[in-house]
Design a binder for this molecule. Structure first.
Ligand SMILES: Nc1ncnc2c1ncn2[C@@H]1O[C@H](COP(=O)(O)OP(=O)(O)OP(=O)(O)O)[C@@H](O)[C@H]1O
Ligand SMILES: [Mg+2]
Length: 542
């Protein structure tokens, strides 16, 4: 995808900064150069004694010299201690690479002489989260023993024990007698990464069984310690680098579960089995050729448990929540970047979708129609007044409307992600939209396939009340339940209001008092509702 021009400007600014800082460090470089001088001398000696005769020689001589080099390398390998051997080998490789003949050689040939190989694992790879990176990071953090210098400690909520993690930038590891060096660093473009360096002779072991072991081990540690996280998107002006600071996160510790959700038990079971079916459905989604994602639309009046249900879903599935605030996103391009940086096994939430998005699906058409009429009128006026004045005005209007369109998250941008090409980039994701006004939503947004399941969360009826009574008062039955049941059938009270009346006041659990208070509220509501209806009837008759 093409980057917006603001990014090019950023890049140019960065380059200017780099030039300025280069002048600053020039002095330090002088010192560094002096240090390198001695190393270079050694290379010159090697060049003179072994390599220089190769320049300008014919192929036969080059061949015999390469054979000579083989001999030297083999001798080094056998008789010198590891570190000295590596240093001399490195110097040799440096020297060889300066020769014009070898400069023309392919990487493969040069790689033959280099004793080390490196593999980098970046946190974000091609705009997508790299799971190997997080598994490796977890694995390295778990390499704790009494020899380790830097550790960091933390404590998880509800646990007595402390948790220690290794906090070193360099970690040495050993696997089947092979030494491996890990570094935790940032790439030149500011992306976090883990890099391992190893001797080429161990290529098979490292790229095969060792890396598989590291990633699997890291994943199993993550699984054991799995914490649900709540991510919030940062406003785009705060994104320092292309792939950094898109999301901020905290540990998600909401206590809601499906057990505590007050709603029709049948509906609840249906939702739970749908969610569990989705999380076990990798093979099924592959078989039917659909991206592994599912959309839920939660709708209902305020206080009926839409946000609570999202928390219950996250706790049931152990999925992290990405709370997407569309109003702080500039345009569709930023939306795509944010969504691609989410991890799998996550719930992407857009609350009050009708308020946060300009649902322009239909509106654009209407706007186009009405703008056609406006254009006609304008044309009349244009004829009347001077043509030049109007031309300028029209140009300005066009420019500002084009600017508005460019800087907005649109319905089509969101739909593109939900089921367009972009949706297949991320697997095992749940999308949840909430709204208080189902009727306001564009049909294109909520059709099946995009929002697979529509869940209505409604006013509190007796089945839902029984769950709240159990949660708040530990009650299974009571003589007042019957009265409450009939009142709940006749009034529209939200679970939030019922819960508020059942709450223990002043630290004392007064079951009778709570239920009577609820009955009073319900009776009052019933009276109000009846008088409202009577007023409506009178108005209709008039
Ligand atoms: N169905 C429910 N089951 C259990 N508790 C509920 C339920 N509905 C509401 N509550 C209680 O009421 C409070 C408010 O509910 P919640 O925030 O989930 O409502 P909402 O539907 O998201 O409202 P809004 O549309 O205003 O965002 C919650 O903290 C919860 O304690
Ligand atoms: Mg809510």
């Amino acid at each position: 995808m093409n980057n917006p021009s603001t990014d090019w400007k950023m890049q140019m600014k960065n380059e200017n900064n780099a030039v300025m800082s280069q002048t600053k460090v020039r002095k330090d470089e002088k010192l560094l150069l002096q240090k390198k001088e001695s190393k270079r001398n050694l290379i010159e000696i090697l060049m003179g004694s072994i390599v220089k005769p190769m320049i300008g020689d014919n192929l036969t001589t080059i061949g015999s010299n390469i054979a000579g080099l083989f001999f030297i390398m083999e001798t080094l390998r056998r008789y010198f201690p590891r570190q000295l051997k590596n240093t001399i080998q490195e110097l040799l490789v440096n020297a060889i690479q300066r020769i014009p003949f070898f400069k023309k050689c392919s990487d493969k040939t040069l790689a033959f002489f280099s004793p080390y190989a490196q593999i980098g694992f970046r946190e974000i790879e091609e705009y997508k989260y790299n799971y190997a990176y997080s598994a490796i990071k977890t694995y390295l953090g778990a390499q704790v023993n009494s020899q380790v210098k830097n550790l960091k400690g933390s404590q998880m909520r509800g646990r007595k024990s402390l948790d220690f993690k290794r906090d070193d930038d360099k970690v040495e590891d050993e696997f089947e007698g092979v030494k491996i060096l890990w570094e935790v660093l940032k790439s030149t473009d500011g992306v976090k990464m883990c890099r391992l360096t190893f001797h080429r002779s161990n290529w098979e072991i490292v790229t095969g069984s060792y890396l598989t072991y590291v990633v699997e081990e890291g994943k199993s540690i993550e699984e054991k310690k799995k914490k649900v996280k709540l991510f919030m998107n940062n406003p785009s002006p705060n994104w320092k680098m292309q792939t950094m600071n898109l999301w901020s996160s905290i540990d998600f510790e909401h206590p809601a579960t499906f057990d505590t959700m007050a709603m029709d038990p049948k509906k609840k079971d249906e939702i739970i089995s749908d969610l569990l079916g989705f999380s076990n459905g990798e093979e099924y989604y592959k078989k039917i050729g659909k991206a592994w994602k599912r959309g839920y639309l939660l709708h209902g009046p305020p206080g009926t448990g839409k946000s609570t249900m999202i928390a219950a879903m996250a706790n049931l599935m152990s999925y992290s929540i990405y709370d997407l605030e569309l109003t702080s996103i500039g345009n569709n391009w930023e939306l795509k970047k944010l969504l691609l940086a989410t991890s799998s096994k996550s719930i992407i939430v857009i609350e009050d979708i009708d308020c946060s998005l300009d649902l322009t699906g239909e509106r654009e058409v209407k706007e186009e129609e009405s703008s056609a009429e406006i254009k006609k009128e304008k044309k009349k006026k244009e004829d009347e007044s001077s043509a030049e004045k109007n031309k300028e005005k029209k140009k300005k209007e066009d420019e500002s409307s084009a600017e508005k369109k460019k800087n907005a998250v649109t319905l089509s941008g969101l739909l593109n992600f939900i089921d367009g090409l972009w949706s297949a980039c991320g697997q095992e994701r749940i999308l949840v939209f909430t709204t208080n006004h189902l009727g306001k939503l564009d049909q294109a947004l909520i059709r099946r396939g995009r929002m697979d399941m529509h869940i209505e969360l409604s006013y509190c009826r007796f089945e839902a009340f029984k769950i709240l009574a159990k949660n708040y008062l530990n009650l299974d039955s009571h003589v007042l339940f019957r009265k409450i049941e009939s009142l709940l059938e006749e009034t529209n009270i939200t679970p939030a209001d019922v819960a508020e009346n059942l709450m223990v006041k002043d630290g004392e659990c007064d079951v009778d008092g709570s239920l009577k208070r609820l009955i009073l509220v319900l009776e009052e509501m019933k009276l109000n509702q009846n008088s409202n209806e009577q007023q409506k009837d009178v108005v209709n008759q008039v």
